[in-house]
Design a protein around this ligand. Sequence first.
Ligand code: IVH
Length: 684
Amino acid sequence: MPRTSSDLARLRERTAELRKALDYHNYRYYVLDDPEISDAEYDRLLRELETIEREHPELADPDSPTQRVGARPSERFEPARHGVPMLSLANAFDVEEVREFDRRVKRLLGLDEAARVEYSAEPKTDGLAVELVYERGAFTLGSTRGDGVTGEDITRNLRTVRALPIRLREPRSPDRAWPERLEVRAEVFMRIKDFEELNARRLEAGEPLFANPRNAAAGSLRQLDPRITASRRLDLFCYGVARPEGLPVATQTDLLALLPEWGLKTAPIVERCDGIEAILDYHRRVAAMRDSLPYEIDGIVIKVNRFDLQRRLGEISRSPRWALAFKFEPRQGTTRILDIVAQVGRTGALTPVAIMEPVRLSGVEVSRATLHNQDEIDKKDIRIGDWVVVQRAGDVIPEVVKVVTERRTGEERPYRLPSRCPECGSEVVRQNGEAVARCVGGLVCPAQMREGIRHFASKRAMDIDGLGDKLVTRLVESGKVKRPSDLYHLTKADLLEMERMADRSAGNILRNIEQSKARPLDRFVFALGIRHVGETVARLLVEAMGSLDALMDASTDDLQRIRGIGPEVAASVHEFFREPRNRGEVKRLLAAGVAPVPPAPAAARGGRLAGKSIVFTGTLEHMTREAAQARARDEGARVVESVSKKTDYVVVGADPGSKAEKARALGVRILSEAEFLRLVDGDA
Ligand code: IVH
């Protein structure tokens, strides 16, 4: 703070000087396209001026270059040089390339071809590489990778990432101490759920959407205003250090076990693999988990485990010879829309579907993508003939992300859903406020019949093996089957009339139909195809009501009282069973001999978790979430989605979400995966 008037005069002079210089350099840059100084130098001048103006509002001036928004698209962050260059990884896309990598490692190390090298196998999280510098345990500098030698100083933004410790934890013993200066390498990423929420907010605000979680993470970290970064939920996994030499560990896997002791988060599912076959097995298992992880991974990273061997192998052209990325097939691709057709679903909903030139997405050939509804088509301005980016995310049906408008030729044709059902010619209506257009042909529409029967017979419903899509279509077309109960009156002669049906398969199908009569009641309820009633809701309904009669006669209030059932679902169930045609069909099914098995009361079954409610959160290590839930249900537990005071247990896997925090806050008993398994296996 200047104390004297001469100090102030000097500042005033400096302010004028800075403004003049900045204006001059703007001119050189924008007008002459011939800058004299570097972006970094320009930025320093601008920052100096900003600081003076902030501390001395009396010197502010609306014409100051600081008042220009985005005064210059300069390097907005200070450059930060990495003490040790941040290398990148060589990529492999198939097993043969990975075997070749292993052979080369052995050759370079002078090992026998049959020898097994010990590797660290890690998921390759799809985010943004950063370096975090800790000096005497304090986080002092965070930077992007940049060109590998120099990145950008994004310390202030990284400080807002909650998983990043501002101070390292004290070591548990002196021999586990951190070094004076620690340079950690980490991947910053955004979880899929946070990415979707962010995009939903942006959509509402009319802001452009991020194409994927990685872009969202990068965009969030490179924000000049750290408050914006803070409002975006980012996460990180640490995967290495710049100089492992001084550390009390000799291998990568030991390092990944040490970092969390210092408060540095690492990825779950890291394994030490003995030899390349173990790596390939790891790759298969992780690929199978890919869709159930709460964040995107785009492959695995293989590293020679011992640091001394890593040093011996060294590096070549910016990537280490001791590491390799084994990539998964990409989820996104570009292709052309050949046509758009309207597909009629079980409830009569018309879904526009893009027919595309085949493209490979995460290992599967794709030629159809859902366009959801007319609003989506309009919003994304999708036309027949367009080049589009398509993606497969998780198990879901491929969808069109966006149009590559630069490739338009003017030949593309806009599309509108038809006003008459393409299957039965009935009118198509869009109810007020609904995005979905529906065919009103309910009972006469062959598409609705077909889809309803397909659903009824499907694996997760009545599980009638052999009754595939083609056969259902033929049965509906022949007029032999109009509704599910007709299936139970089919004769062998009926089936043999169908094209390409052998005597033996007809017999098998009839047997399977017969066997389906005794499915559990919840599957039967799911099979009826009531709107909003998926498998979980069906189970809740059946467990609470105990019998089909009780369910059919339940009032909306009765239904709403069931935990996990909201007003919309309750109304839909109630309406379904109030409709005489639906009640009639249920009666016909029962008359044909269908006898769904009601659940035994959980307590009566005497399961180890009888009467308990349980929530699962995070990624489990030894089983999928679905398997764990099924196991809990087998033991009589009620599996619920959200944590409340009434929840008995919360099973917490790796990277749990807010549910774990909530459980802690409410004092609900938290179980690790191992504790859960002990509990259900009865050796608790
Ligand atoms: S090791 C010298 N391990 O992948 C080794 N990288 O193309 C350098 N990444 O820039 C990287 N997970 O952004 C390593 N477990 C992991 C990783 C990982 C994600 C990213 C990182 C790096 C890029 C390599």
